[in-house]
Design a protein around this ligand. Structure first.
Ligand code: AMP
Length: 547
């Protein structure tokens, strides 16, 4: 017997329809490429998303055709989130920080038909457009009078004249909720990138889950600043959850430096922010010397790479901001776990609570996770045993776009498919997961594993260290030994010996790095994560002091 409730597909268009109807006057504020601040409401956004849908119809774009963006976080990008997917096309957010060759490869692989870009990226588009034969319409995300001249890009149109010519009347089509809605290519540090192809159903379910109190806890009373780019896993789904909750949205545009972000937070009374650790590193680096404080910021989600405990501590103790440590992946839409305490932890000391809060956190309903050993058997949740982390759930990839890479899933004895995350983790008895490493970054010394994240976290709790990356170096006796590459904070001093002494008592003796290498910068990838492959290349002539 089937249930007798109305069957209504979960579609992205329903999110913007809801926001328009119930939160029509809630604000969306954007810093634009032009440098000024733009303000409007969900009502305006919905109308313009419908104009965009009409423009795509006029181009005769078919259902599931791809529309690409090379854009910062801003209101026009947000309109594309809803206008493109809502009308049945697939939004392809391209990461502009990738190499032009990779961008051209991705656009061709996705067979994008339209590409809309912020004018910041004009040189990039000029470099790739001739290599992108599938793109039949190039659109600059700007006013008609700001359209760059003599670009060499055929038929380049301004977004405003393109959608301005269209009606704002449009009936969002109804279709299968499993239809593709958007896509995002993985960073692809090895081999060609592969695309996660999200569906309306996966995106809508993720939007619900992300808004929950123990997840991102978003509400109509929040003013939310996603620093995490809209070209990186849909800004962690915030645009969708924002429409679902009706929160005020504040977009930073191209101004991603610490000073600009801080000023925007203060000016727009931001209560909630989200970004990768490197972004907050820059902001705290700007605030500390100037003695600045936040007037309204209360919570921030930090994820994408391990959030150093020193940062969680500084946010809480120095600025009164609660850090929500999150873990996820492009393949997971992206949210998998978020770290918030349970009732039984509330009576613990601050130090004990901090030990929990630095973990990657508890699974969100909708994400099933387990750790397995080399034999594929599940390992205990004791907070000590580590193994390969596997996940399954309705917003986790089943396979990649065009079947690239074959079947990525690992089957359990009941035939259920689990996605191997490539992360190594422990899970404690309360279900709190802690990442020790990417499996390829794990350091093996004398048959034991050393967590590079632990080694980095200790270095970063030293007041003179701004950033640290730990890698294993080949060693004839121990297989590998850890060394730590560090960037000093400006105006501070610390010697190799002092830093190594700082490790004493903070970790087992054999886990203390063999050496410290002072560097000007740690190489970062296109999504702000440390690029250890590149660091290893830079250190290819390095020799351990003991050899
Ligand atoms: P991406 O798909 O580019 O977002 O990368 C996903 C990977 O980033 C994960 O598999 C982890 O290795 C890493 N990652 C994301 N969040 C965290 C976190 N909070 N702590 C440690 N690693 C993280």
């Amino acid at each position: 017997m089937l249930g007798l409730m109305q069957s209504q597909p979960l579609l992205i268009s329903s999110l913007i329809e809801f926001a328009e109807r119930h939160h029509g006057d809630a604000e969306i504020v954007s810093r634009r490429v032009e440098g000024d601040i733009h303000r409007y409401t969900y009502r305006d956004l919905a109308a313009r998303a419908r104009r965009l849908a009409n423009a795509l119809d006029e181009l005769k774009l078919q259902f599931s055709d791809r529309v690409a963006t090379l854009a910062w976080n801003g209101y026009r990008h947000m309109e594309m989130y809803f206008g493109v997917s809502g009308s049945g096309r697939v939004l392809h957010t391209v990461n502009p920080r990738l190499h032009p060759d990779q961008i051209a490869w991705i656009i061709n692989h996705a067979e994008d038909q339209v590409l809309c870009f912020d004018t910041t990226f004009l040189p990039l588009v000029q470099a790739v457009h001739a290599r992108c034969p599938t793109v039949k319409k190039w659109v600059a995300l700007c006013d008609a009078d700001k359209l760059p001249a003599d670009t060499g890009i055929p038929g380049l149109t301004s977004y405003e004249s393109w959608i301005g010519a269209q009606s704002s009347d449009y009936a969002w089509p109804e279709f299968d909720e499993n239809s593709a809605s958007s896509m995002c290519y993985t960073s692809g540090t090895t081999g060609n990138p592969k695309a996660a192809l999200y569906s309306h159903r996966s995106t809508t379910l993720h939007a619900y889950a992300a808004a929950l109190p123990d997840v991102m806890c978003l509400s109509a009373r929040d003013s939310v600043l996603p620093v995490v780019p809209m070209f990186h896993v849909n800004a962690w789904g915030i645009p969708y959850s924002a429409a679902l909750t009706g929160c005020k949205l504040v977009f930073p545009g191209p101004a991603m430096d610490g000073k600009s972000i801080y000023e925007l937070i203060e000016a727009e009374k931001v209560s909630y922010a989200a970004g990768v650790p490197t972004v907050w590193q820059m902001m705290l680096g700007h605030m500390k010397p100037a003695g600045l404080k936040f007037s309204t910021l209360r919570r921030t989600v930090i994820g994408g790479s391990a959030c150093p405990p020193a940062m969680i501590h500084a946010f809480k103790e120095d600025y009164g901001v609660e850090v929500l440590h999150a873990w996820g992946m492009t393949e997971m839409s992206p949210l998998g776990t978020l770290c918030t305490l349970k009732n039984k932890h509330l009576l613990m000391s601050k130090d004990e609570q901090m030990k929990i809060l630095q973990k990657q956190g508890r699974a969100i309903y909708g994400v099933d996770m387990k750790i397995v050993g080399g034999d594929g058997n599940e390992l205990p949740w004791d907070g000590k045993t580590y193994g390969d982390l596997l996940v399954k759930g309705p917003w986790i990839v089943g396979s990649y776009f065009k079947g690239e890479g074959g079947d990525p899933l690992v089957r359990d004895t009941q035939g259920r498919g689990w996605f191997p995350t490539g992360d190594v983790a422990t899970i404690d008895a309360d279900g709190f997961m802690q990442i020790t490493d990417r499996s390829k970054d794990v350091i093996k010394s004398g048959g034991e594993w050393i967590s590079s994240i632990d080694i980095e976290n200790i270095a970063m709790s030293h007041p003179a260290i701004a950033m640290a990356a730990c890698v294993g170096m080949p060693h004839p006796k121990w297989d590998e030994r850890p060394i730590v590459a560090v960037v000093k904070r400006p105006g501070t001093e610390v010697t190799r010996e002092e830093l190594l002494a700082f490790y004493e008592g903070k970790t087992a003796k054999w886990q203390i790095p063999d050496d410290v290498v002072f560097v000007d910068a740690i190489p970062l990838g296109a999504t702000g994560k440390m690029l250890k492959t590149k660091l290893r290349e830079q250190l290819k002539d390095y020799k351990l002091p003991s050899l």
